[in-house]
Design a binder for this molecule. Structure first.
Ligand code: FAD
Length: 402
């Protein structure tokens, strides 16, 4: 009987094993995860769960009984130490487990601050796992002071929760502006104003020099020489793909575990999906850090393991929730040379990224219709003229007609 083993019981791993069973795979399936809990969704960790508005059970992607009912051996709290691709086996401590097909869905790890600048002091948190968030939850009491290092989506979401819960929030972003790596200045301006309106102090073009404190963190010195008194720190300075296991097994790495369009790695019978991978995209290679990518890529790999012959074609989209603003992003903006603004009512606005006359991506804030239409246009390879988008009188639905 064919044995499929999946290492990493997160969003991609869970999607993959469910898809195998849904499509009638009747071999043996084992899903191995280092965390002690069944696969769960991470996005609420920096949103509703951190706010205290979502119960733990609602984080789980499926009840634990699902795996048993489906004949999926779910091994939690279990770390895979090594993979031997020649012997088609992996090791967990002293135990050796054989596979016929192996899938790596190991996700990514948050970048941490070096211990030399205080990164290991108690009170310094990252936001990746349930355990991280449960550890920082008691820190969120009104009136306390938090320093957030990094003005990306995770840092901004944590800042929104902290501000909503009555904490005094300071954010430092080393780059010239928040969201610089991922968004246009227009989107940065929107979120800066939103946070400042909620009392968050945002310092841009200012880095962290070091953290101070004896038993735990109590302060920070910033790159411009100023000092900040604080009660705790949240570090949101990006993630790195979890490639160590693959690399040690001799599997090719290229900004993530390199796969072909089918999801195969450089080793026979070894596949990969989710945050840990880079894969072919429009003549190049990309790595995406998002739930939709983890699910779609994992499902494609499941089909191919079952004898399918399907290329994974990413349709990038993403979202973020901050206060009462829902940001939805369609497409990838890399290479844009102009941004068109489409204003709606109140806080509703969308920014449309173009390269020449080609529409690349849309950032839509409280503008679900703009997002939906933008996404469909991008996926269909259609690019309305910028002045049509900018005109508030344009009937957006009409843009979808042939
Ligand atoms: P993961 O879900 O990280 O799962 C990987 C699993 O593999 C982990 O549980 C890990 O412990 C396990 N593992 C690793 N190595 C081993 C090993 N050797 N042995 C056993 N197990 C191992 N995306 C969005 O699209 N929208 C959002 O709003 C959004 N918000 C987010 C907010 C937060 C706080 C975080 C952390 C992420 C957010 N993301 C969001 C990103 C999204 O959650 C990830 O892209 C997604 O979880 C990736 O799925 P994955 O299965 O590749 O990795």
């Amino acid at each position: 009987m064919t044995h499929v083993v999946v290492i990493g019981a997160g969003q991609a791993g869970a999607a993959l094993v469910a898809k195998l069973r849904n499509d009638g795979f009747d071999g043996r399936v084992t899903l191995i995860g280092e965390e002690p809990v069944p696969p769960y969704q991470r996005p609420p960790l920096s949103k509703k769960y951190l706010l205290g508005e979502m119960a733990l059970e609602r984080l789980f992607l499926r009840p634990e009984s699902f795996y048993e009912e489906q004949g999926i051996a779910l091994r939690l709290g279990t770390r895979v130490d090594a993979v031997d691709t020649a012997a088609r086996s992996l090791s967990i401590g002293d135990e050796s487990l054989r596979y016929d097909e192996l899938v790596l869905t190991t996700g990514s790890a948050p970048r941490r601050l070096p211990a030399a600048i205080g990164g290991a002091l108690p009170g310094v948190h990252v936001v990746r796992d349930l355990a991280d968030v449960d550890a920082m939850a008691p820190e969120f009491t009104a009136g306390r002071r938090v320093l957030i290092v990094g003005g990306g989506y995770i840092g901004l979401e944590a800042a929104a929760v902290a501000a909503a819960r009555g904490l005094k929030v300071t954010m430092v972003e080393m780059a010239e502006r928040i969201l610089q790596r991922v968004a246009a200045p227009e989107t940065s301006d929107y979120f800066r104003a939103l946070h400042q309106g909620h009392g968050v102090e945002i310092l841009e073009g200012v880095g962290l020099d070091h953290l101070t404190g004896d038993d735990r963190v109590t302060g920070a010195r910033l790159s411009d020489g100023r000092t900040v008194d604080l009660d705790f720190v949240i570090v949101g300075v990006g993630i790195t793909p979890a490639t160590a296991l693959a690399e040690a097994a001799g599997i090719a790495i290229d900004n993530g575990i390199a796969t072909d369009a089918r999801g195969r790695t450089s080793a026979p019978h070894v596949w990969a999906a989710g945050d840990c991978t880079s894969f072919p995209y429009r003549g190049g290679r990309i790595r995406l850090e998002s739930v939709p990518n983890a699910i779609d890529q994992a499902e494609c790999v499941a089909e191919n393991i079952m004898g399918g012959d399907k290329d994974y074609v990413a349709k990038p989209w993403f979202w973020s929730d901050q206060y009462d603003v829902k940001l939805q992003i369609a497409g990838l903006n890399s290479g844009y040379d102009s941004v068109v603004t489409r204003r709606g009512e109140g806080s509703s606005v969308s920014f449309w990224y173009y390269r020449g006359a080609t529409l690349l991506a849309v950032d839509a804030m409280n503008a679900p219709r703009d997002y939906m239409i933008g996404k469909r246009l991008i996926e269909a390879g259609r690019s309305p003229a910028p002045e049509v988008i900018a005109d508030p009188g344009t009937d957006m639905k009409a843009l979808m007609r042939p």
